[in-house]
Design a protein around this ligand. Structure first.
Ligand code: IPM
Ligand code: MG
Length: 365
């Protein structure tokens, strides 16, 4: 089969980890007889430097006409500061919003072979296998008003947390769909004791649960979840949360997997494919980590989150289940053979660089 893929490496370690995912993808193409037609585009700070925009039209068009988007990371000190006119993050936020990629799936697994790289007790990491489902196109990130202004009594800033019934319903339905294919527990995260939007969220989630009698729905306040996800992580199956809550708890949950560098994600315009009105076109796949400017260019970044994101693209956008699990098994093999990038090697043994980690995984396909 033939697929066109938009590749947006971005800034910092983005290009380094994307190269390794592309390396593994090419081996998949050869071994399984697929043609992956890759087209590269600019995004983030590097796009601002060249074009003045964090998402040039060319990149936006590339994204909307591709079968899938593979994205690295954006940002860095060069484009940071209170007075910066265009922020690198605007690039990825615009892609998410314009392609309506409202469902962000972030799987978190405890890999037994690298349990020692997590500060959490190994016995707590047994059987950790959850999906964090983050609403990605609404809430605090996008609602208006969002602005800064000056008054005679000093500066003011406002962000707005607004959700419509429809926005909540569609993300919660994805949560039920995912949970019904797994351990059948959906945990809905909110702050309903304080926030009006959370009370609506809880109400809508409860109403929708009538359509999914085989899935258990539980509600939890976000502050309590941030404790429970560390105290009893194996309890969780699918966790659905508002945009900002999901951003924060997925970084926290990465501690369970040993490193932020391990976690992949998929941003979808619908799930499962047959209820997706946008026909699963142009979904986006990215590691959950950022551009890590402090280690950029040193060849020490962990490419596994990006490689696993590419595997999610094979499965969810292209329907290539065997190819996707082949990538995932290759990653597990390399880890169980003892190879590590430095972020998952607490005592600095068996450390390989970014490229070598990519080679090792590619060789096992
Ligand atoms: C993430 C990142 C982004 C977000 C940033 C880079 C805009 O933290 O994907 O989790 O906040 O969504
Ligand atoms: Mg984040």
């Amino acid at each position: 089969m033939e697929f066109s893929i938009a590749v947006l490496p971005g800034d910092g370690i983005g290009p380094e980890v994307i190269s390794e995912a592309v390396k593994v993808l090419k081996v998949i193409g050869t071994r399984f007889g697929h043609e992956f037609n890759l087209q590269y585009g600019l995004i983030g700070g590097s796009a601002i430097d060249e074009t003045g925009s964090a998402l040039p039209d060319e990149s936006a068009n590339l994204c909307s006409k591709s079968d899938g988007i593979l994205y690295g990371a954006v940002g860095g000190p060069k484009w940071d500061g209170p007075d910066i006119p265009v922020r690198p993050e605007d690039g990825i936020l615009t892609v998410r919003k314009t392609l309506d990629l409202f469902a962000n799936i972030r799987p978190v697994k405890g890999y037994r072979s690298i349990a020692d790289s997590s500060p959490i007790k190994p016995e707590l990491l047994e059987n950790v296998d959850m999906l964090i489902l983050r609403e990605l196109t609404g809430g605090l990130y996008f609602s208006k008003p969002k602005k800064r202004w000056e008054t005679s009594r000093g500066r003011r800033g406002v962000d707005t947390l607004r959700y419509s019934e429809e926005e909540i319903e569609r993300i919660v339905r994805v949560g039920f769909e995912l949970a019904s294919r797994r351990k059948k527990l959906l945990t809905s995260v909110d702050k309903a004791n304080v926030l009006e939007s959370s009370r609506l969220w809880r109400e809508v989630a409860t109403e929708i649960s009538d359509d999914y009698p085989d899935v258990e729905l539980e509600h939890i306040y976000v502050d309590n979840l941030s404790v429970q996800i560390i105290r009893n992580p194996s309890h969780y199956d699918v966790i659905v949360a508002e945009n900002t809550f999901g951003d924060i708890i997925s970084d926290e949950a990465a501690v369970l997997a040993g490193s932020l560098g391990m976690l992949p994600s998929a941003s979808l315009s619908g799930y499962p494919p047959d209820i997706d009105t946008n026909n699963m076109s142009s979904n986006l796949y990215e590691p959950i980590h950022g551009s890590a400017p402090d280690i950029a260019g040193q060849g020490i970044a962990n490419p596994i989150g990006t490689i696993l994101s590419m595997a999610m693209m094979l499965r969810l956008s292209f329907g290539l289940e065997d190819e996707a699990s082949n990538v995932e098994i290759s990653v597990e093999q390399v880890l169980s053979e003892g190879y590590r990038t430095s972020d998952i090697s607490p005592n600095n043994s068996n450390v390989v660089n970014t490229q070598k980690m990519g080679d090792l995984i590619a060789m096992r396909i």
